[in-house]
Design a protein around this ligand. Structure first.
Ligand code: GDP
Length: 179
């Protein structure tokens, strides 16, 4: 791990339906790894990665549900202290997009409106079986005041950008408050 002293530590949570690719987005971001049959991350609570934003050393502590959502309950402790969220759906499974509203409600229940949120349409490599268009994702994000990005954890497309976006936006809010 990067040993430099950090200027900020931000907790970011991954949310979204089961099997949309949350664990793989995190392992791609933190370790540049992809797991085709992943359930390898069950039990892992978070991974940390250091990012540079405008000359500051920012440690992103990114939490993974580690499968909790399959039991229909992500605990309050999971959300506690989160200042950012990646709300992930799978562009090749419409039902995961239909769940976005429910996840937003849960996020707002636990974090008020305080968590910077990026709506992430993952698995863009599955273009042939896509069920949710880019435009639909963008429109929903705009309507809900979210940032928007499409990613592929498999081919590594836009993954760093999605995490970088959430961290940069949190930093902008925090540094504005401090000045
Ligand atoms: P989670 O339950 O949301 O954490 O999802 P996982 O990260 O465990 O991924 C669920 C399944 O989708 C696994 O078989 C992954 O290999 C696969 N997967 C994850 N991301 C991608 C992606 O970007 N493209 C494709 N084609 N498959 C993916």
């Amino acid at each position: 791990m990067d040993q430099r002293p950090q200027d900020y530590l931000f907790k970011v949570v991954l949310i979204g339906d089961s099997a949309v690719g949350k664990s793989n987005l995190l392992s791609r971001f933190a370790r540049d790894q992809f797991h085709p049959n992943s359930k390898s991350t069950i039990g892992v609570e978070f991974q940390t990665k250091t990012l540079d934003v405008e000359g500051k050393v920012i440690r992103a502590q990114v939490w993974d549900t580690a499968g909790q959502e399959r039991f229909k309950a992500v605990t309050a402790a999971y959300y506690r202290g989160a200042v950012g969220a990646l709300l992930v759906y799978d562009v090749s499974r419409r039902q995961t997009f239909d769940s976005v509203g429910r996840w937003l409600e849960e996020l707002h229940t636990h974090c008020n409106m305080n968590a910077v949120t990026v709506l992430v349409g993952n698995k863009t490599d599955l273009e042939d079986t896509r069920e949710v268009s880019t435009a639909e994702g963008r429109i929903l994000a705009e309507a809900q005041g979210l940032f928007f990005m499409e990613t592929s954890a498999l081919d590594s497309s836009n993954v760093t950008a999605a995490f970088q976006t959430v961290v940069e936006e949190i930093y902008h809010i925090v540094s504005r408050k401090a000045s």
